[in-house]
Design a protein around this ligand. Structure first.
Ligand code: WA2
Length: 269
């Protein structure tokens, strides 16, 4: 009988784990798809219209009305690429100084990525040079070199201090060929559209609604570096009934990053 019960318990764990992995992956994917569409919206209405048909008020309105399309993102923002020689003209036009993530006026850099448009839920990143944060900076460089959506490793987000990851899409000025070189991509970069996945609180909300939630513990890891898995969600020190666990694969759409979900019972089944 005991062996039969264990087999049943294992089967139940596998199905609960797979259900959760699929659910988080799907909510991630719909959020990414919608940010992709927003990047095209910026390119269309800000860069392909003369004069630009987009301002902070319009961006805030549109992103608030479509927030339901991005269920795992705490907000989206657009950071413009500013090279140093344009800094003074840019700051005069904006009426503010480019700031660092430490909220000090930015020292001189070759280039900056100050946020010019933001969803109201993340208005605290307005005017901040997103290249002044290590994780955001790496994302920006990789996004514009590849032309694809990219994700950071898990880290503590600004303001909430919650564990999450940042998503970045590059926005190019028009005329970039499909098979552009990295140099051409960098040259044509207009800015970066992205947002933060607040994994700690939004994934928690999602999982809380599922039946059987009380019985299992979930960990999500960034396993890009297989010998040094980084925790992305769940208790820092894995807890629960160790002998029985299940690993579900996760695909968040950035081939550079690998993720896994680990599930186990809180108590011996
Ligand atoms: N957005 C919100 N909270 C954050 C954050 C971020 N980055 N970084 C740290 N905490 C405008 O890649 C461009 C958003 C970055 C996009």
């Amino acid at each position: 009988f005991r062996r039969e019960n264990m087999a049943k318990a294992e089967e139940a764990l596998v199905s609960m784990c797979e259900e959760r992995a699929r659910m988080i992956q799907d909510q991630f994917a719909v959020s990414v798809n919608h940010v992709h569409a927003l990047a095209i919206l910026i390119s269309t209405f800000y860069y392909q219209k003369q004069p630009p048909a987009l301002d902070q008020e319009t961006f805030a309105y549109y992103t608030a009305k479509t927030a339901f399309e991005r269920p795992l993102l705490n907000g989206v923002a657009y950071a413009e690429r500013i090279i140093h020689s344009q800094r003074e003209i840019f700051e005069t036009r904006q009426g503010w100084t480019i700031m660092t993530m430490k909220r000090e006026p930015s020292p001189m850099q070759d280039e900056y990525a100050p946020v010019i448009y933001s969803q109201e839920t993340v208005s605290y990143i307005e005017a901040i040079d997103m290249m002044s944060g290590e994780e955001d900076r790496e994302n920006i460089l990789r996004a514009r070199a590849t032309g694809k959506a990219v994700l950071t490793k898990p880290f503590r987000l600004l303001e909430s201090n919650h564990l999450g990851v940042v998503l970045t899409f590059p926005v190019y000025r028009s005329g970039l060929p499909e098979d552009a070189t990295v140099e051409q991509r960098v040259e044509a970069t207009a800015g970066y559209l992205g947002g933060a996945f607040d994994v700690e609180s939004l994934v928690e909300n999602l999982l809380r609604q599922l039946a059987g939630n009380q019985d299992i513990t979930i960990n999500v890891y960034d396993i890009t570096n297989a010998s040094e898995p980084l925790i992305m969600y769940g208790p820092q020190i894995p807890e629960g009934y160790m002998p029985l666990s299940h690993v579900s694969m996760l695909d968040f759409g950035d081939p550079f990053r690998k993720h896994q979900m680990h599930c186990r019972y809180r108590e011996k089944p």
